[in-house]
Design a protein around this ligand. Structure first.
Ligand code: AMP
Ligand code: MG
Length: 407
């Protein structure tokens, strides 16, 4: 039997970040930037008002107080988006809106709250210092500045900055595309009526969602019956759009284990026993003209999901170019004992919470790998090392954190 670490090393061998592509700014969200983004114009692009108010010369209102307001004629209005035809001559002012360009001649902005908000003339009740409420051109970014460096993981605020410097596309590493197939003649598409002996295909939905959570573009192809010819045909159809192929089911030693039957013959996919619980049978190799990584995961939903988290997710993260590629592991106090078969690494479903500022983990549900309901009640896996057969209550244990969510 292979260890989990050996199998992980096998699947990661030769995997690197995908080659950069020109992506539209929103397609690049969640991806890793592969160029330096440089501002070609200043941010803000021009001097503009930070307030709705009046653009004036500070010297003209130096004596203004609440009891001795200064009244100035208003020569016009400047809205955001307009180009000013006005310049502010001594003794005059212009009504101005937030974001509108500061007219020539004005050196300060008086907020409308300090005035009587007059339209033809305005009475101003306070003096203002030069430069007040003016956002200067280039005070955020001067032209030529590298605002984002190659290698940056692009979140919402970085996407906003790309747009703010006027770019609509960037060079970035694309999300890996994952094709997901379920094998099994017992499977029925969710939403379709169940007939005797049939079960809904849970795995393709589960794995598609998990792949999306990992940052991939996931294509849920759905069900392929236990017929090697149909499986090979489906793979051939799908390879064109796949950076990774994931199937579930059909990798054990049963008579109709279709993935093993169909791909075992190619010689490029190995079917191994990995010393883990759940998820012992694992198929992995390369298929098709592009040597596309292929994962044949076991069919039980819990086994399929654990296998995805432990082996597939790191491959997808490495292709994305992000770190860490594995789920974060924390140390937590275990409240009930957890058993594990000798020589295997067990991933037991758990609920991780924080009590009095410390992590606490509680086992949830049974250990059967068909128990998808208890899987959905877990937010973590309690990891039992290979050389341990029992984790005692009150011991401190390793816990792999899954997607964060509230109960
Ligand atoms: P297999 O590895 O194909 O023998 O499948 C092992 C177990 O997992 C069987 O009980 C299958 O019915 C079940 N199973 C396989 N694929 C799926 C799936 N897509 N959704 C739900 N259960 C599945
Ligand atoms: Mg099967």
């Amino acid at each position: 039997m292979k260890t989990v670490d050996e199998h992980l090393a096998t699947v990661l061998a030769g995997i690197g970040p995908l080659s950069p592509l020109e992506l539209t700014m929103l397609d690049a969200h969640g991806c890793v930037l592969a160029e330096d983004v440089t501002a070609t114009h200043p941010l803000p692009p021009f001097d503009n008002s930070a307030m709705d108010g009046y653009a004036v010369r500070a010297a003209d209102i130096a004596t203004a107080t609440a009891s001795t307001p200064v009244t100035l004629p208003v020569v016009g209005d400047i809205a955001a988006g307009s180009v000013t035809p006005y310049s502010v001559q001594p003794g005059l002012c212009v009504r101005i809106m937030t974001g509108a360009p500061l007219p020539p001649g004005a050196d300060t902005v008086v907020p409308q709250e300090w005035t009587d908000e007059g339209l033809a003339q305005v009475s101003i009740r306070a003096a203002a210092s030069v430069g007040q409420h003016i956002r200067r051109a280039g005070e955020d970014v001067v032209p030529g500045t590298v605002v984002l460096t190659s290698g940056t993981h692009l979140g919402a605020t970085q996407i906003g900055l790309i747009a703010a410097v006027g770019r609509d596309r960037v060079l970035a590493r694309p999300r890996p595309r994952v094709v997901i197939l379920s094998t099994g003649s017992e499977l029925v598409d969710p939403g379709q009526p169940l007939t005797p002996g049939k079960i809904p295909d849970a795995n393709s939905a589960l794995l598609t969602a998990a792949a999306q959570e990992a940052g991939a573009i996931a294509y849920r192809v759905g069900i392929v019956p236990d017929d090697p010819r149909q499986l090979l045909d489906a793979l051939e159809d799908q390879l064109i759009r796949a950076d990774v192929v994931v199937t579930s089911g059909g990798v054990s030693v049963g008579a109709y284990d279709v993935v093993k039957d169909a791909l075992g013959r190619l010689g490029t996919v190995a079917f191994d026993k990995v010393a883990m619980q759940p998820g012992m049978p694992q198929g992995f190799g390369r298929i098709g003209p592009d040597q596309t990584p292929f994962f044949g995961l076991p069919g039980n939903p819990v086994s399929a999901y654990v296998s995805f988290e432990v082996f597939v997710r790191p491959v997808l993260r490495r292709m994305l170019g992000v770190e860490p590629i594995t789920r974060p592991t924390v140390r937590a106090r275990l409240v009930e004992p957890v058993g594990s078969p000798p020589g295997k690494r067990t991933f037991a479903r758990g609920w991780l919470s924080v009590e009095h500022g410390k992590y606490v983990v509680r086992p949830v549900g049974g250990s059967g790998s068909h128990l998808i309901a208890s899987l959905s009640g877990a937010n973590a896996f309690i990891v039992v090392p290979e050389d341990v057969t029992q984790l005692d209550a009150e011991s401190t244990v390793d816990v792999m954190m899954l997607e964060r969510r509230q109960r």
